[in-house]
Design a protein around this ligand. Sequence first.
Ligand code: PHE
Length: 473
Amino acid sequence: MSADREQFGSRLGFILAAAGSAVGIGNLVGFPVAAAKNGGGAFLLIYALFVVFICLPVMMAEISIGRHTQQAPMQAFNKLSDGHKGWTAAGFLALLTPFMIAVFYTVITIWLFGYLFETLSGNLSQLADPSYFGSFINSNSIFGYLIAVKAIVYFILFSGVKDGIEKGAKIMMPALFVMLIMLVIFVLTLDNAFAGVTYYIVPDFSKIDAGVINTALSQAFFSLSLGMGIMITYGSYMRRDDDLPGSAKFVAFTDTAVAFCAGLLIMPAIFSFNPEINTAELSDSSVGLIFTFLPKIFLALQVSIGYFGASAVAAIFFLLVFFAAITSLVSITEVPNSAIMGAMNYSRRKSLSILAVSVLFFSILCIYSFGRADALTNFLNYGGVDKSFFDVIIDVFYDTVLPLNGLLSCLLVIFHWKRSNFHSELERGSPAYRGSFLERYVDLSLTTFIPIILSVIFINTVAYKYFGVSFIG
Ligand code: PHE
């Protein structure tokens, strides 16, 4: 079967698709806020170290598992472990996790689409009203946006790996880079912009504690789309003789560069809007920042560039984040899709149709969990807090399970696949990797401290989220 497995058409295609997955709401909004709250340049430094020394080896492990097995994560775990029972369960988790993340990410993407649509319709002043977001997410227009977003995502996926995923990334990613750079240049010309830049870049090491270190590592892990099965799936579509370590480095670098530039966009914008801002007041959630705080800033721009100009800036911003979200949503949906295609021997069309209906069903449950249906709104209570169905998906699948999945990939490489086979896969298409410092580092880190660190993060998150106990931070 593997002979007719779909493939990316070029190395650049893989890089853009993987970077498209990695660059998402986490980079564009989550990262700047985390950096602003946690010591600016000090956070940036720690984050960069984590990307290079921890995330890059995990990313290389995930991509090579995919390329070697030519399978989706569910089947790849099975294949490399020779059908060991525990690994079959892990494989199931590797199917369920991306499915559930696809559900909640669909919901956020439809909000973005709605805000883009409203901005283009000239309704920026409405969006800036603090009560708007609450009524928007419970309005019936949400269902229209839901259909539109699903049509875009499934149109891309129906077209296949090369003509859909790769082509989509080749169009959206360069557009995203251009919009990001344009917006950065624009905000840097605003009054007080440099106060924001200073705040963002100058390190404040006094803010660094165990909690901040944990945040930096989790953020880096999420941002690079690790633990979601995406890199395994995209790795399985990578051409056998392409340079894998080099591509992984490029993806990690691009993702980090975009996150850094997003900070240069968001922080000056916030400071120019309110030079006295106390960053502790910034919402922890990306959602709060994108949908309630930023529209106020965009509207305030009308004083200097007029309502039309302010709406144009807002529209470019929402389009930028929307593109980032679509390429991520495509990647996360492709993981269960490729698992279903592999397990059931279904065509892409059939498998995607089943998935589209299932994701739609759960997305509607999420949409009903913001007040429309009480059982879904107050779905569970743990850690002393009432949680909606939507919150539970984020807590369980996005915040908790990812480091566990990353850990499982490391353990699979160490105990089943064996390191020498792993390194041989990395050497294909990259002869210089053999005997390099990188090879020695990847070997050492993946077999020692990376699994330990990922275990600590997982245990700490479980203790903190569900039992209200914190070991670190
Ligand atoms: N890397 C993405 C981000 O930063 C995370 C993600 C990828 C989420 C794919 C969902 C799907 O937002």
